[in-house]
Design a protein around this ligand. Sequence first.
Ligand code: PLP
Length: 383
Amino acid sequence: MISYGKQQITDADVDAVTEVLRSDWLTQGPQVPKFEAAISDLCDVKHSIAVNSATSALHIACLALGVSHGDIVWTSPVSFVASSNCALYCGANIDFVDISPLTGNIDSKKLEKKLALAKQNNTLPKVVIAVHLAGQPCDMAQINFLSKQYGFRVIEDASHAIGAKYKENAVGNCLYSDITVFSFHPVKIITSAEGGMATTNCNELARKMIKLRSHGITSIETEMTEESHGPWYYQQQMLGFNYRMTDLQAALGLSQLSKLEEFVRIRNQLASIYRSKIAKLPCTHLLQKNDCYSSYHLFIILLDPSVQEKHRATIEKLREKGIQAHLHYIPIHLQPYYQQMGFKSGDFPCSEEYYKRAVTLPLHPQLTEQDLDYIVNVLSDTL
Ligand SMILES: *Cc1c(COP(=O)(O)O)cnc(C)c1O
């Protein structure tokens, strides 16, 4: 089976992990801060906070921004459920802004309209979570502009987008947001098995997230409310979690990070080959914007309306032929859990239309041009 995404583990990665296994620290040792420093360096950002998943990073990002009961968080429906579940973990309400049908990202014009209406109704969001679908950054300059005008905070869910650039700058630098979140799940661009990272330029947000990932505890004397009782002393100052990354994971992540640029370059090459091979087929691909360099976590095509009725059959046929075609994503508001909260079919028409036409084709650095030939030939036969 040609899988839609796949990790690439080298001997160097294996060595990096086994070295930690033989060391004194399996967790809370030197590898995590090393990995964090490397991400800060890559993104040119002040702080990076490693955690055990992007889901955890999204949760503590929301908490650090003060999201709680009665607050409203907005994101786009075409994402993994974690992008909106994080708001629910905090007791907040979630709402969605429909996507641009061309990029699949949150539509900043629809965002502006919805904000104007929300201002009238006193239902402005506290936080907007911008998801960089498939690795292409959202319209961050405009979202940042609106955040100042309407007074909301911004989280970038860059789970797909490590190694991507927006206006020449690395995603994760938080020039247009409060916090950016990365995922290191094996299907993503680089992996630490499970793992995530939150980046920020704000000292206060960083301090909060560092506490939240480890029970709300601090051992830093200057942060304590009274004089230390001795060398064993720590204080719990808020309700936190055990969201820590292990040193094993950090060593793998750090080793993988050295290949990030190459991985993203190969992904872009393969995507460009795909684009030319599908040019004559009755489908398009997600529009690539000039001011973005996508990390191409996914290669997503949209079937033309003329062949839209073959959507399901296309994915089934590709799978029959050993190609793990996929669909990213089922619009979140159509999930039964979200329908129980009152969302219904018809609420976000562009996302629902996208769901009827989108197909994810396999894309990872081990694929060859011959694999792509085979995939596009099967696709062509089906369409
Ligand atoms: C994968 C993913 C997540 C969750 O990542 P984990 O590290 O598995 O928790 C969140 N948001 C998006 C958009 C993702 O693709």
